[in-house]
Design a protein around this ligand. Structure first.
Ligand code: SAM
Length: 276
C-alpha cells in the first residue's frame, strides 16, 4: 500500500481531532503498518477506500476504535517510577489524609487517567492498602480510564507476566498477587477498589459527568499530545480535583508551560502540581 504524505496528514488530523494524539511526519511508517492491518481485516484495497469506510460505514465508531487500539502506545508496568510513588505514599497522601480527617471526610478518590493494561491502578491500590491506617476507616475508590478498549479488558482481568511485576517488592507480590500458571493474578481485595472505564481525555462532554478526585495520575500519556490538547486535558484535571489535590505526571512531562493554575510542589526531588 502506498501512503502519500497528503493521505497521512488527512488521517493524522482525524486522529488528532478525535483524541488529541499527535503523530509527527516521521511516524508515517508506524501509522501505515496499522492502516494496512485494518484494511486487510476489512478486505479493502486502497487507503481511500478505508477513509470512505470510516466516513460512511462506521456510524458507531467501531472501526475507528479498532484502529485506535492499534495506534496507542501502552507500555506500562507495576511500580513504575518508584521514587515518585514513594513521595505520593509518604508525603502527598499523608497531607491529604490529614486534611480529610479535619473535615471528617473518609473518602479517598484517585483518577488514573491513561491507565493502559491496569498496572498503575493496581499499584496505587496496593499503596493505599499499605499506607492507610486503619484501612477499614477509609472509603477508597480508584477510577482508571483509557481510550483503548483492548487494554481495558486486559486491565479488568488483572493477570500479568513476570516482566510487568518485576518492580513489585517481594512482600507485596506475596500479599496482593497470586501465581496462576505462568502469570501473576491480582487478588480480588485489590481489584475491588478499582473501576475501569472507557474514556477519551479529549471528550469534554463525557468528562462533564466525571466526579471529583483527590489525586490525578496521568503519567506517560501527555507526551503523545501537543500543547493545545495538553492544555485542554490539564484544565479538565483542574476542574475535577478537590482543593489541595495533586496531579502526578510522568518524569518527562510538565504542565508549567501550559497552565499557571496549579501550585508547583517539590518533594523528595519530584515535582507535583497542587490545586490551591
Ligand atoms: C504509555 S501508556 C501509560 C500507562 C501508565 N499511565 C504508565 O505511566 O505506566 C499511555 C496510555 O494513554 C492512553 N491514551 C492515549 N490517548 C488517550 C486519550 N485521548 N484518552 C484516554 N487515554 C489515552 C493510551 O491508550 C495508553 O494506554
Amino acid at each position: 500500500m502506498n501512503l502519500s504524505m497528503k493521505n497521512f496528514m488527512t488521517f493524522r488530523n482525524l486522529v488528532y481531532d478525535r483524541c488529541g494524539i499527535n503523530f509527527e511526519s516521521k511516524k508515517i511508517y508506524f501509522v501505515k503498518k496499522r492502516l494496512v492491518s485494518r484494511m486487510e481485516a476489512l478486505d479493502l484495497e486502497t487507503v481511500e477506500d478505508y477513509f470512505r469506510y470510516l466516513k460512511f460505514c462506521d456510524p458507531k465508531g467501531t472501526e475507528f476504535q479498532e484502529l485506535l487500539n492499534l495506534l496507542t502506545t501502552n507500555e506500562t508496568y507495576m511500580f513504575r517510577e518508584f521514587d515518585q510513588l514513594a513521595v505520593f505514599a509518604e508525603d502527598c497522601l499523608e497531607e491529604v489524609c490529614e486534611k480529610k480527617k479535619k473535615q471528617d471526610n473518609n473518602q479517598i478518590r484517585i483518577w488514573c487517567a491513561g491507565c493502559s493494561t491496569g498496572e498503575e491502578a493496581y499499584t496505587l491500590a496496593i499503596i493505599l492498602m499499605e499506607m492507610l491506617e486503619p484501612l477499614r476507616d477509609w472509603n477508597i475508590k480508584i477510577v482508571a480510564t483509557d481510550i483503548d478498549t483492548k487494554v481495558l479488558s486486559r486491565a479488568r482481568k488483572g493477570e500479568y507476566s513476570p516482566r510487568s511485576v518485576k518492580e513489585v517488592p517481594d512482600e507485596y507480590l506475596d500479599k496482593y498477587l497470586r501465581i496462576a500458571g505462568g502469570s501473576y493474578a491480582v487478588k480480588s481485595i485489590v481489584k475491588k477498589l478499582i473501576a475501569f472505564k472507557h474514556l477519551n481525555l479529549m471528550d469534554t462532554k463525557q468528562l462533564k459527568s466525571a466526579e471529583q478526585f483527590d489525586f490525578v495520575f496521568c503519567r506517560n500519556v501527555l507526551i503523545y499530545f501537543d500543547d493545545a490538547s495538553r492544555k485542554e486535558v490539564v484544565n479538565q484535571f483542574y476542574e475535577h480535583l478537590d482543593s489541595g489535590g495533586f496531579v502526578f505526571l510522568g518524569h518527562s512531562e510538565s504542565i508549567g508551560r501550559i497552565s499557571t493554575s496549579f501550585t508547583l510542589r517539590k518533594m523528595g526531588g519530584m515535582i507535583m502540581y497542587q490545586k490551591d
